[in-house]
Design a protein around this ligand. Structure first.
Ligand code: FDA
Length: 306
């Protein structure tokens, strides 16, 4: 009950534009540095290289939410292009994750698609994969529509499927037509019981089902979770279905369970760390707090023990 209240509270805070603006002004504080690699591109490249040195792959995400003008969306797209060039230039073993709202999805899906096209062209030239993060349910259809429109032209990009949604099993079957590379997650947004399982145990059960389905279909699966039980389950399915090592990977967020990341690497698994960076860290940070009250305790310790 308390956990549910905390989750709703932090997800509410995540959506507050005023606080987002304020956070941008004060810079990386309140313990956010544990989850956000830095504010500049050079700082994230440095972190990425350090992770690579530990045999971890990365996916870099330039944080940006609440884009209000086409100019802002274009700036975000420019930044993604710059990030791709820097990944290539610095020989980072990594790829790019992005959110379509940061490219103007809410303003005009056509403009968003135009920006994504430009990013995918540069990504293709540099042979870097691009992951489109999945946002809340209201953006799902628009995200699929853009994927469908661009998939015939580009193969080096993929989507995210959220296990809390009832429809995800059907979506995975449909997306198999294009052999879609999928990141599978539990889901991070507050959704209505009309579209998403309200009980965590049902989400976990569906997550297992979706992992098995994507792997059995022979399509690439990035299992993005910190849940040891799900990780163990994935390893069982991989063994049972004889899935080759280059058909799947584990993904975790920067700053969360680095011990588990290292353990998996030592076992020979492919592990990718999601490394967010940029001045627009507020919404991302609030969602991490919503996920886990223990993170709040950590943050409070950081605030008071300076
Ligand atoms: P869950 O929160 O259910 O916890 C299960 C167990 O995992 C815990 O009991 C604990 O053992 C361990 N654990 C979880 N969090 C921990 C922590 N902070 N510290 C220590 N242990 C912890 N969502 C989305 O909607 N769209 C997206 O595009 C993405 N993208 C994405 C990328 C990557 C790389 C990751 C890892 C996650 C996402 N997510 C996401 C977020 C995802 O939907 C989900 O909210 C979080 O991963 C939390 O769920 P878990 O599966 O980690 O476990």
């Amino acid at each position: 009950m308390f956990e549910q209240w905390m989750r709703s509270f932090f997800l509410f805070l995540a959506g507050q534009r005023l606080l987002n603006r304020l956070a941008k002004k004060v810079g990386l504080h309140l313990g956010a540095r544990r989850f956000v690699a830095g504010e500049s591109l050079s700082s994230v490249i440095q972190v990425a290289k350090q992770l690579n040195d530990q045999n971890l792959l990365v996916t870099m995400d330039h944080l940006g939410e609440f884009v209000k003008t086409n100019e802002e969306a274009e700036q975000m797209a420019n930044h993604c292009v710059k990030t791709l060039h820097e990944i290539n230039h610095n020989q980072v073993k990594g790829n790019l994750s992005l959110k379509l709202t940061s490219l103007g999805l809410d303003l005009d899906p056509e403009i968003c698609q135009k920006h994504l096209t430009r990013i995918l062209e540069v990504a293709e030239q540099n042979q870097i994969f691009v992951r489109i993060d999945m946002e809340d349910y209201t953006r799902l259809e628009k995200t699929f529509a853009i994927y469908q429109a661009l998939r015939p032209r580009f193969s080096g990009f993929g989507l995210v499927i959220q296990a809390y949604l009832y429809r995800s099993e059907d979506d995975i079957k449909r997306l198999s037509t294009w052999k879609t590379n999928l990141r599978l997650v539990k889901g991070a947004y507050k959704e209505s019981a009309k579209v998403a399982f309200p009980n965590k145990s049902d989400v976990d059960e569906n997550y297992r089902k979706l992992i098995r389905l994507q792997l059995a279909q022979g399509n690439y699966a990035a299992i993005a979770t910190h849940d040891p039980q799900i990780i163990t389950y994935t390893k069982q399915v991989v063994k049972e279905l004889n899935i080759p090592l280059d058909h799947y990977e584990f993904q975790m967020l920067y700053g969360i369970r680095p011990d588990l990341q290292q353990k998996l690497v030592a076992e020979g698994e492919r592990v990718r760390v999601y490394v967010p960076y940029g001045e627009d860290w507020y919404g991302y940070f609030m969602r991490r707090l919503a996920e886990r009250p223990a993170n709040v305790a950590f943050v409070l310790r950081g605030v008071f023990h300076r």
